[in-house]
Write a protein that binds this ligand. Structure first.
Ligand SMILES: [Zn+2]
Ligand SMILES: [Zn+2]
Length: 245
């Protein structure tokens, strides 16, 4: 015992809990994540946004024009950040260069954001469903970043993330040059709710890395509601600012 104690007292500095900030390489004493408080504060936190689709807006507590005109099938989007520097480049490195520690750091911070929202009264979903990636793209990339995020969130929040309820049946053909209606139809046919009996009556949350137009999330939420889901929310890392904004 005395020997162990003296060993512990003499343990070298690198054995003590010291983390390195993944953004600036400084050592940080953040109790939970590999990010320093200065870098964390400088992240592009979302601020005022649409209460439905999380589009950045100039004032708090509003619903954007698009959601007022045509409410989407999902109830609410939760995103901690605007899609801006450095979150955009961290997501790109996670997705296209398979730099998973960046994805994991952002995923941990998203889990924290969601836990805070639950504590404030946001209803907890019963399951998390990753947005399926086109098979061709998943083969090229070797992984689905939404699936990885869903797994990290599942572990942190203790919410199941079944990966067989929602599947992608076919690869959508190149969408360029097609009109909006055709694009939408192609996208709608690309997904299938493969476990409708599980989905029935459930409050679900779709998981994706970035929400841009929300078209895919809207189609998936439609499909899930049609299969009997009670409510569909969307959780993502970042929301793009309004076009031209
Ligand atoms: Zn830092
Ligand atoms: Zn909106």
């Amino acid at each position: 015992m005395a020997l162990l104690q003296s060993f512990l007292l003499r343990r070298p500095a690198w054995l003590t809990l010291r983390r390195q900030c993944q953004l600036c390489d400084e050592t940080t004493d953040h109790p939970r994540h590999d990010i320093c408080t200065a870098c964390e504060a400088e992240l592009p936190w979302l601020g005022a946004h649409c209460l439905v689709c999380a589009l950045p807006l100039p004032a708090q507590g509003m619903v954007c024009g698009a959601c007022q005109k045509k409410p989407p099938a999902f109830t609410r989007v939760e995103a901690p950040w605007r899609y801006a520097f450095p979150v955009d480049s961290l997501i790109t490195r996670f997705k296209h260069q398979a730099q998973w520690p960046y994805g994991r750091l952002l995923g941990e911070l998203l889990a924290e954001h969601l836990q805070h929202a639950y504590d404030e009264g946001l209803p907890r979903p019963q399951a998390l469903l990753a947005v399926p990636l086109a098979q061709r793209r998943e083969r090229q990339r070797g992984f689905n970043q939404a699936r990885m995020l869903a797994d990290w969130l599942s572990r942190a929040l203790h919410i199941p993330a079944p990966d067989t309820w929602l599947t992608r049946t076919l690869d959508t053909p190149a969408q360029q040059g097609l009109d909006a209606a055709t694009r939408k139809r192609n996208l709608r046919q690309a997904f299938v709710v493969s476990a409708p009996e599980q989905v029935k009556g459930q409050h679900l949350a779709l998981i994706d890395d970035v929400l841009t137009t929300g078209a895919t999330a809207n189609i998936l939420a439609h499909l899930l509601l049609r299969a009997g889901a009670a409510r569909v929310d969307v959780y993502c890392l970042a929301r793009t600012p309004p076009p031209g904004g």
